[in-house]
Ligand binder design. Structure first.
Ligand code: HEM
Length: 183
């Protein structure tokens, strides 16, 4: 291959990449309205590009992120570490570990991270089962829920979150109780 052929190939490749990038932002939708996003208003958050149709919606997104428990505890990295430690505790807890005997724990970690991220205010939606359906065949009791909540609380304490933040997280988790217990 001659030098000029290589240069031409590089030029074509660069053009293709630039065009693909332009297309990507042209097809981006507003996070809130689903309408077309306006150029120049994109926000990068944890490796994802979010588009907005107005400056007001862009600001709303940034304000919501800053106020979220999710971001206040340290976002994805912090939540992932918490869920990993939480399941170490759950699987060591003889009151409840038998519930997970047939569970694919790799999938469970992923699902729990996704669920809690959405519940604590990440911009990523929960797309898994609703809590009623996810637990309907387990015949769970109050004491099972209390044991799981206790393991989560101990995890958050071990990770040195402050008491107020732990309280806020536990309130959100407690709000799932009726559904988890299928009451
Ligand atoms: C404390 C609140 C709880 C939350 C937020 C929660 C969250 C979740 C989530 C997100 C899933 C995955 C759903 C999916 O596959 O789409 C799940 C599944 C499961 N949960 Fe919970 N859970 C809670 C309480 C409990 C309790 C108290 C137990 C038992 C002691 C339990 C046992 C299980 C089991 C065994 C599965 C997996 C079922 C399977 O193998 O597919 N969970 N839970």
């Amino acid at each position: 291959m001659t030098r000029s052929t290589i240069l031409k190939a590089l030029a074509v490749l660069t053009l293709a990449i630039v065009t693909a990038r332009a297309d990507e932002s042209a097809t981006l939708k507003c996070f809130y309205t689903g309408g077309p996003a306006k150029a120049g208003l994109n926000v990068e958050y944890e490796g994802v590009t979010y588009g907005f149709c107005s400056e007001a919606n862009q600001k709303k997104f940034q304000d919501e992120r800053a106020a979220s428990l999710y971001q206040r505890i340290g976002g994805k990295a912090a939540l992932n570490a918490a869920v990993d430690l939480f399941y170490v505790k759950v699987l060591a807890d003889e009151r409840v570990n038998h519930f997970f005997e047939d569970t694919n724990m790799k999938r469970q970690h992923t699902k729990q991270k996704e669920f809690l991220a959405a519940a604590l205010g990440a911009p990523t939606p929960w797309t898994g089962k609703d809590m009623r359906k996810a637990h309907e065949n387990l015949d769970l009791r109050e004491e099972d829920f209390a044991a799981i909540a206790e393991n989560l609380q101990a995890t958050l304490k071990e990770l040195k979150l402050d008491d107020k933040t732990i309280g806020e997280i536990m309130t959100i988790v407690a709000s799932t109780k009726k559904d988890v217990l299928n009451q």
